[in-house]
Design a protein. Structure first.
Length: 452
């Protein structure tokens, strides 16, 4: 550090921590002696030496000639290989192959990581310019859906499209950034969600630079099971979703973060990620999730409402007594709780899935209010910190989440212990409605008193 720096006596001023964060003169060194020692004139320190100018001009000329030669070779190659040239240009123009998304077969009631694996198997057959990478977890994060229809990239053999990164999440993510910055290739990388902590600097660079890396995060909650708290993400969703609230240098939302609620929503989430011009992330479950009910012609048509960030998956006749909102696996839990509330408590219930709050908040206010109406009690449920969903419940709403690290046990045991059951949804709704009534009465009394 401070290579070539000198102090006032002309002695070396190298290797000092102070030179890292301040000018040499402020750190205690000598600007004049340093420039002189480097062969320059401190009174004219920015002069370009003739030999440097000559060298740069020679390099520039060589590069101009090399570029002209390469362009000529490219033109000849395109003339000799018209079909390949067409494909080459399609890659560079970001053209997306035709995919019949609605027809991708998904098994009923499966984990969203498994649903993602099914979509990736289609990608391996459709996308010739996609590279998928995994941090030594392809059988767990289900990127092996792609690998089974491709080959591993090896030294001297680039016929495959699967990059085995090893247990090196940050390296993997930075490589994907490089691929995205190069262009023409679609980069996808997968690992456990808790390990996104290792990747954060690279994810942040994706967001700043608008690099269309597709991040795939599985094992999205405490339901990882016996692996224990080290592998169970709690605060990670709240952290990642902060990037949905950050703007990139163009003033646009810097990242698309999607936590799909079932297999079909996962298919749609992949469609959205592929079409996204910036970075995107899918947050997927390890455990199986019940499919959401069909409201329109098909579950796929319903799930396409994810393009609005959030939508109604279950509704009542007339204005609901309570709105329940979640994303991911908690939506199915709310559905089961809603059935009890309707049948046994005679309540009108609406259930809302919001895979992307950032995208939802970009919709017209009229649409947002039609999904999450103001003045209706709203309860949110998430498997991580309540902060991840607090922005959706409104000023009088309530967000319920996990405010502690997880524990080592089968996921069904953890669901029971932590209260992620239909029965506890009913219990929490009853508690909240009492709190809501009390709070509204207090506000009314305060307003009345203030007006007297």
């Amino acid at each position: 550090m401070g290579k070539g720096a000198k102090d006032a006596s002309g002695a070396s001023f190298e290797g000092l921590m102070a030179t890292h964060g301040m000018p040499i003169s402020e750190a205690g060194g000598s600007f004049e002696k340093t420039i002189t020692g480097l062969g320059g004139d401190y009174q004219n320190p920015f002069v370009i030496f003739p030999e440097v100018s000559k060298y740069y001009n020679e390099v520039k000329e060589r590069k101009i000639q090399a570029a002209a030669l390469k362009k000529k070779e490219q033109q000849q190659w395109e003339k000799d290989n018209p079909e390949l040239a067409k494909k080459w240009k399609a890659f560079w123009n970001g053209e997306i192959p035709q995919v019949d998304w609605a027809s991708i077969p998904q098994k009923p009631n499966i984990a969203t990581r498994a649903a993602s694996g099914t979509v990736l198997s289609v990608f391996a057959q459709k996308f010739e310019n996609m590279i998928v990478s995994s941090a030594d977890l392809s059988n767990s994060d289900k990127t092996d859906g792609f690998l089974k229809n491709s080959k591993i990239l090896k030294k001297g053999d680039f016929s495959g499209a699967f990059l085995q990164a090893g247990v090196a999440e940050l390296t993997m993510a930075t490589v994907m950034n490089g691929i995205a910055a190069h262009g023409g290739v679609i980069p996808v990388c997968g690992t456990f969600f808790t390990f996104s902590d290792y990747m954060k600097p690279a994810i942040r660079m994706s967001a700043i630079m608008k690099l269309p890396v597709k991040y795939l995060f599985t094992h999205d909650s405490f339901r990882v099971g016996e692996d224990g708290p080290t592998h169970q993400p709690i605060e990670q969703e709240a952290q990642l979703r902060l990037l949905e609230k950050m703007a990139n240098l163009e003033g646009e939302r810097s990242m698309l973060v999607l936590r799909p609620a079932d297999a079909t929503e996962t298919t749609v989430a992949w469609k959205m990620a592929i079409e996204c011009e910036g970075p995107s992330a899918l947050i997927l479950s390890r455990q199986n999730i019940n499919d959401l009910p069909v409201r329109a012609k098909s579950r796929f048509e319903d799930a396409m409402m994810s393009y609005k960030g959030g939508y109604i998956v279950m509704d009542s006749d007339g204005q609901p007594d309570i709105v329940l909102v979640a994303n991911g696996s908690e939506v199915a839990t709310l559905i089961e709780g809603a059935k009890i509330l309707i049948q046994e408590k005679m309540l009108k219930v609406r259930v809302v899935s919001v895979p992307s709050e950032g995208l939802f908040r970009e919709q017209p206010e009229e649409y947002q209010n039609s999904v999450l109406p103001f003045g209706v009690p709203t309860l949110g449920l998430t498997a991580g910190l309540p902060d991840a969903i607090k922005g959706l419940v409104g000023p009088l709403g309530k967000a319920i989440g996990l405010e502690r690290f997880g524990a080592s046990a089968p996921y069904k045991v953890l669901d029971e212990k932590f209260g992620y059951t239909a029965a506890n949804v009913v219990n929490q709704v009853e508690i909240y409605l009492r709190e809501y009534t009390t709070l509204v009465n207090k506000i009314s009394q305060s307003v009345t008193t203030a007006m007297q």
